[in-house]
Design a protein around this ligand. Structure first.
Ligand SMILES: [Cu+2]
Length: 176
């Protein structure tokens, strides 16, 4: 009888600790999403697969980069944006499965033919961010390198203005 009581108490303790642990784990997930802004990359269906890469300036510090991955380069290869920009990244592939990782950020997407993957990132620090393929895609896989150059102000951007379309030019349309 005495033994049963002790076992019951120990069971209660174990139950309490496991519930407490569950609460800690769930609150860590909530903190990750709300506090740190951790998000999962998503495959989206409201953007048609496209064949040419482009950079769209939506507003002052808001950009969209439409990446195309193919053997063995990214289009666009180099992109310049002002510091503090919010960038929506769209990615598709024209041939095989590639990957896209932006060094120093948590952007890590797969480039899949006939599908568009999406992630949003904010660049708070100036510098050159390497964009590389992380999915072995053939003989020249290691050449799949691009750059996102984050500059202190928009006046310093040296890129060809023809490569940038404003949202008005695109007409807010996300289909081609
Ligand atoms: Cu590759």
């Amino acid at each position: 009888m005495e033994n049963e009581k002790i076992i019951q108490q120990q069971e209660k303790k174990a139950l309490f600790i496991s519930i407490l642990l569950m609460a800690v784990f769930i609150s860590m997930i909530v903190y990750g999403i709300k506090g740190v802004g951790v998000d999962l990359p998503t495959c989206i269906s409201n953007v048609q697969p496209y064949e040419t890469g482009k950079v769209v300036q939506v507003s002052d510090k808001e950009y969209e980069i439409y990446y195309v991955a193919r053997m063995w380069f990214f289009d666009p290869q180099n992109v310049e944006i002002p510091v503090g920009s919010k960038v929506r990244i769209y990615l598709t592939s024209l041939d095989v499965t590639h990957g896209l990782h932006i060094w120093g950020t948590n952007v890590n997407l797969m480039a899949i033919p006939n599908a568009v993957n999406y992630y949003e990132v904010k660049f708070n620090k100036e510098g050159e961010y390497i964009v590389s393929c992380h999915e072995y895609c053939g003989i020249a896989h290691q050449n799949m390198i691009g750059k996102i150059i984050v500059k202190s102000s928009i006046e310093n951007l040296g890129q060809n203005i023809n490569n940038i379309q404003t949202a008005a030019q695109v007409g807010g349309e996300k289909t081609w």
